[in-house]
Each structure stands twice: as structure tokens, then as C-alpha cells.
Design a protein around this ligand. Sequence first.
Ligand code: SAM
Ligand code: SF4
Length: 475
Amino acid sequence: MKFNPEKYSIPDEPMKPFIDAEEIWGYINNTIPTPERVREIIAKSLSKRRLNLEEVAVLVNTTDAGLIEEIKEGARTLKRTIYGNRIVLFAPLYIGNYCTNNCTYCGFRISNTREIRKTLNDKEIVSEIETLEDDGQKRLILVFGEHSLYSPEFIAHAVKLAYTVKKGNGEIRRVNINAAPLDIEGFKTVKASGIGTYQVFQETYHPEAYKTYHLAGRKADYNYRLTALDRAQEAGIDDVGIGALFGLYDWRFEVLGLVRHANHLEACYNVGPHTISFPRVKNASMLDIDRSYFVSDSDFTKLVAILRLAVPYTGMILTAREPAQLRNEIFQFGVSQIDGGTNIELGGYSDKQDAENDINKGQFQINDDRPLDEIVNELLDQDLIPSFCTACYRLGRTGEHFMEFSVPGFIKRYCTPNAILTLSEYLVDYAPETTAGKGWEVINKNIEKLDDEALKSSIREKILQIKSGKRDLYF
Ligand code: SAM
Ligand code: SF4
């Protein structure tokens, strides 16, 4: 029987589920990746048009090595020609790992009796943030298990506290959240504390697979989680982050699920997700799950390139779950944010005594524990500009990824100059001499590349101000 997409499509309505597993499988099972079709689709994305599910299905079905290379080259081109060459840096900060859910892949799950449980108190939060500021961090994501301890008021308190911590020239200018889905009132409370992005990952978009991994607690309810970011939008949070945990189900299905989610948010709220995350399952305390859906490195690089082409105006986050070498390669595929200097143990940043990596203290094992400065160096070596920019968020320019993508000259006018200014602060305040030498070279090269003379001299003027002690300058 011929596949008829019309038969399946669930209409997009706010706060209503929108995933039809048969529809997604229908696309995957009924598309053939001929070279002509694959090239047409890459060209469509490069002409700045979002891909539909059928087109994404063609890309995920592509297995020919030459065509896969063309997909990756498409992602690199999109990055170079549209996004410019900066990558924004952030650090995760785990606040508490008590959890009433039982997600079989996670070290924090309630049934894991080996996990060492802890919630940071105010003093510990301040100490962690001071250590992060001493490293040069300006952007955080606070992470929480799901527990009544972590009420919206508690989360809001942690956010407000984070903004008050100032050490030397250090300060936190943007706090994002990765925590359990809330109701609309809860999201309103958290929004009022001044958060940036609220992330909720669906983990797997396949409803039946979802059931097998989420055995207890609020998170066992697939639809409550699926509609979480609709509630965030209803509460006025228009900066939301979606994600899938790759390794739980067929990766091709998850890629289409993510795209479907992005389309849903766009259809209902006129704004797509701010970011997409694509974590892969990593080893965790007492991890005991079936590995048959684990994603190989080569499929992983392919899927990141496909996501870049599929949702061209969404930020993409690549975390320290992945090993350094792989991260270094994937940076070029249009990743817009990465963490650096990451430590996911509760209290791990300030507790230097306890350098030993104990799997029972974290949620999972990270594979890139390079200090922030090493990551900055790697980016500079790749001719990328490490950025700590928070300008759009603070000027109320929400939807900046959309603007970057659709407003001609936006990146040259705002993103590149602001990346340069925040990197300048880092070089003056925190970088060792070798990094600083490299950094100023990259900065000068990038200023030269701009074609607006007035802008060039304005950036140079601001750099002089930074060198003489001014901070937090942006366009
Ligand atoms: N408790 C909140 C929740 O579940 O939404 C916050 C999320 S959790 C602290 C952050 C994310 O880590 C999860 O959404 C999941 O995708 C990811 N994660 C959990 N276990 C993992 C593992 N073993 N390897 C890699 N990522 C994992
Ligand atoms: Fe708890 Fe989140 Fe881990 Fe699930 S993924 S056990 S909800 S911390």
C-alpha cells in the first residue's frame, strides 16, 4: 500500500500531543535517497528553507559514503556562509540530584541506591559559581533532578542567586535551566527569575519505547513531557530547548521526532525551539540498558549534519558527553554552543581535592574534561571565535537564531562584534599568555574581514576600553 502522509498528520494545536509514530515510520520506510534527490534537499537547505519530514527522511536513509560526505559538506557550508565562525561557551552546574523518577539510563534514578545524593546549599552554589567565574565563564545551565525539593520557587531562587555572584571582573550574565517539566504557573515563577532558555529533552519520541525506559514518577507520562514546552510558551518563556537522548531508539526516528517538535512549536507559537540538543547515552552509575540502539560515531556525525540542514535557524548544542576528538570534528558542522571546563559532580568545581572521577557522584560519565582554556585554544586553532556573548538576551532581542538566519547582515553587525568583545574580556582577565597571543591574532583577523569601516573602528575603540578596565560592552 502506498504511504499517504495526509492520512496521518496530527494537526498542531497548542498543548496537544503531535507525534504519530506510524507517520514518522511511514516517511522513513517510503523514501529513497537517490543522488539527485539528496542534492536537491541539500540545496534547498542552503537556500535557507527549512526541510519537511519527507526530506529529512531522505537524508537519514542515505548510506552512500559519497552522498554522506555531501551532506556533511552542506552542513559545513551552511555554518561558514550563514552562521559565521563563532561558538558560544557555557558551563553546566548541577544543583541537586534527588529524583523521584526511574529513568533506566540515568544515574540519578530513584532505584539507584549507589548514587550519592546531594543538593547544594546557597553557600555551596556561590562557591561553585565563584570558581566558574574565576575560569572566565559567563553563561550557566543549572541542572536538577525531578523532586519536590526542586520546586519552581527553589529553581527561581537558585537563578537569582547565580546572578548576584560577582568575583573580580567575573559575573554570570545568562542562566539557562534543564529541569523537570512544570505546569504553567511553575514556568511563570521560573521565568520571573530571569532565565534564558528552559530545556526539556523528550529522551525518545517513540511512545512505546518511552514507556520501557521511564518506569515510575511523573516522567512516565509521555504526553505530559511532550507538551512541556508548550506550557513554557503559554507561560511566556519563548526561549525553549528541545532534545533527544540518542541510544534509546532508532536514531532516524529521533531525528524526525525532533524536526516534528520544532515544526509543532513553530506552528503553534510562531517561534521554533531556541536550541536542539542531541546527547548520546553514556555510561552511568549502575547503568543496565539494552545497547542495541546505541549510535556509532559515524552515524552520530551524520545525524548532527542532518539536523543542521533540517532546522537551519535553530541553535545546536554539543556537550562534553562526547570525546574531545569527535567534538573537534563536529564543531564545524554548525554547532553553535558547547560546554567547556565541564564538571558534573555535585560541588565538583570548587572541590578540587576530590579530583577523582566517581561515577556514583554524577549523572553519567563525561568524555571531554578539558579545562575551559584548552577548549578556547582548540577553537582558536580551528579559526573559530570562542564567544561568551549574552547581548541579545539582555537587550530583549529574543529569537536571535532566527534573526541571525533571516536578517541580512545580522551576524556581521552583532554576533561577530559581540563574540570579539567577550573574547577580548576573556583574554584580558583569564587567559594565559599563549592563549592571549593566539586570541588577539584571531580577533584582528576577524575585524579585518568586516567590510564596515565605522563598525571596525567602533569594535577597536571598545577593545581599548576593555583593556583599560571597562566590562560588559556590546552591540
Ligand atoms: N531531571 C530532569 C529531566 O529529566 O528532565 C533534568 C534532566 S537530566 C538532569 C539532563 C538530561 O541528561 C536528561 O534529559 C537526559 O537526556 C540526559 N541523560 C540522562 N542520563 C544520561 C546518560 N546516561 N548519558 C547521557 N545523558 C543522559
Ligand atoms: Fe531523574 Fe532526570 Fe535522571 Fe530521569 S533523567 S532519573 S528525571 S534526573
